[in-house]
Design a protein around this ligand. Structure first.
Ligand SMILES: [Zn+2]
Length: 262
């Protein structure tokens, strides 16, 4: 195998192993439990999971999705998170190589995976991720290629500020809480990591996909009740889209709208 293929394979496996840890975060953070101790165990029979039962993806397949101790069904979340994080890490490696940008975006995307799964299940976005994320994203902006620290600061203010205004306006108009405070801090973290130019892109794409999915669900379920769909996953999708296709999509959009002619 050529060296690049070996590195790519390493990135995939590394991402999946990290995914194992993300699974622990997804399960324990909403319960305010420590993510480092005690060691992983079956929630039903407390069987302590051995290293050979903890090999990403493979163990789940070998155990056919059941606990070795009691045979309880293991949630599909475990292999899914490992696979998604492995593929994301591989894609980041193929795009950025072994650079500091890769390391920073690896951290960022791992955080998005955890946030997405927690938000879908519990409708919360843990401050333990988004608040340190804002600080870390800003600190890293001094060393990254994409944008500088000023872009990062404006990103934090724009990300946090825009959603805050939307939430404030929605609340004033309807008297209801529409957007959670967690979404506001998450978008601020995205601005910190990706710079301010990412913020309007993420708001636009996440609103668009969120509306499309929301309308589809309403049509399928044939009712127009206001669904409590968490917004975090759409923001995460928008951020990933920006990382991999942001520049060409923005160019295409501006051309399409005729802004770039002449
Ligand atoms: Zn068990």
């Amino acid at each position: 195998m050529p060296p690049t293929a070996i590195y790519a394979l390493f990135a995939l496996v590394f991402g999946m192993v990290a995914g194992s840890f993300l699974n622990v975060c997804i399960c324990r953070m909403p319960k305010d439990e420590s993510v480092v101790s005690p060691p992983s165990h079956c929630p039903r029979c407390s069987y302590q999971i051995k290293w050979y039962d903890n090999i990403p993806l493979l163990s789940y397949l070998l155990l056919r999705g059941k606990c070795r101790g009691c045979g309880t069904h293991i949630s599909l979340q475990y292999p899914l998170v490992e696979l998604i994080n492995g593929i994301l890490t591989l894609l980041l490696f193929l795009r950025f190589g072994l650079t500091l940008d890769f390391a920073a975006l690896f951290l960022f995307c791992s955080a998005l995976v955890v946030i997405t799964f927690i938000d879908i299940e519990h409708q919360i976005i843990p401050d333990e991720i988004s608040l340190p994320g804002i600080v870390i994203g800003f600190a890293l902006s001094f060393y990254l290629n994409g944008h500088g620290w000023l872009d990062s600061i404006i990103g934090i203010l724009l990300g946090g500020g825009t959603l805050y205004l939307v939430a404030f306006g929605y609340h004033r108009l309807t008297g209801k809480e529409g957007m959670g405070g967690g979404d506001i801090k998450l978008l601020a973290m995205m601005g910190a990591f990706l710079g301010w130019k990412a913020v309007p892109f993420i708001i636009f794409t996440s609103s668009l996909t969120g509306s499309l999915v929301g309308v589809s669900i309403m049509l399928l379920k044939k009712k127009d009740s206001k669904l409590a769909i968490p917004f975090g996953p759409y923001l995460a999708f928008g951020a990933l889209l920006y990382i991999f296709y942001g520049q060409p999509l923005i160019r295409w959009y501006l051309n399409f709208g005729g802004f770039n002619k002449g």
